[in-house]
Design a binder for this molecule. Structure first.
Ligand SMILES: [Zn+2]
Length: 255
């Protein structure tokens, strides 16, 4: 083989079989570099005494703009753990979750007739592990119903929810928060550090700001729109389309 042929051969085997990925992705959040929210993460990650355990419905990861990941990266490693499935514990996580469910320091955030306000939990009994169910409300109810281990945990609810900062997607009701906002609010209560919420939701703000700057429409909750008579009613197609464009037009499909 001549040197030239050899060089040509080397060039040929140097070509990757896959086309290069044109969109540079952030290693950490896996989002395209232009929409990476990592610079908004607390640096260094926050040290907290409490632990958050997220039980995530498999459909939620796609739906939620991965706000659970924002929480995982915002806290010290191991302070936020995510398990996926439709019932818990399951064969993939049985040993780890059973240990968590058996601890008297484990609480589950679930609104039921027995749930007590998180704000009233005796903090001297902690540090606590707080279990959150991540999914739409029907998904969360289904997970709860098929996970008897959750029924035995102390059930808590949040009183001081406030309004969601997650303004890209229409919220079903006022006070309906993203997983990140819910967890951040719970941590603020459990750690008795009111500022925690603000610090932890910054990546979400960064994401929303980017989306709004790039044409997404700022959303009010459906409840608010109905109250103020802005929610599209079954009226003529043309008017309904117009309303949908101006009121409900969204970068993300509603679920
Ligand atoms: Zn990133």
């Amino acid at each position: 083989m001549t040197t030239m042929e050899d060089d040509a051969w080397q060039d040929l085997i140097g070509i990757s079989a896959d086309p290069p990925d044109r969109r540079d992705k952030c290693e950490q959040c896996k989002r395209p570099a232009v929409v990476c929210w990592c610079p908004a993460l607390p640096q260094p990650p926050l040290a907290v005494a409490s632990q958050i355990v997220i039980l995530q419905h498999p459909a939620e990861e796609k739906r939620s703009l991965r706000t659970a990941l924002m929480l995982q990266l915002g806290l010290e490693p191991g302070k936020c753990v995510v398990y996926k499935g439709k019932r818990f514990p399951n064969h993939k996580n049985h040993a780890e979750l059973q240990q968590i469910f058996d601890s008297p320091q484990t609480l589950v955030l679930y609104p039921s007739k027995d749930s007590v306000p998180l704000e009233e939990i005796d903090r001297s009994g902690g540090p606590y592990t707080l279990v959150l169910i991540d999914g739409t409300w029907p998904q969360a109810k289904a997970i709860y119903a098929s996970s008897p281990a959750l029924h035995r945990l102390r059930q808590v609810k949040l009183i001081s929810v406030g309004t969601s900062d997650y303004i890209i997607r229409t919220q079903p009701t006022e006070g309906c928060l993203s997983t990140l906002e819910t967890a951040a609010q719970c941590l603020a209560v459990l750690e008795a550090q009111p500022d925690l919420r603000q610090v932890l939701v910054r990546p979400l703000h960064a994401l929303c700001k980017y989306q709004l700057d790039n044409g997404a429409v700022e959303h009010q909750s459906k409840e608010f729109l109905m109250k103020t008579n802005q929610y599209p009613k079954p009226i003529g197609k043309r008017l309904s389309r117009l309303l949908n464009q101006t009121v409900c037009g969204s970068a993300e499909k509603e679920t």
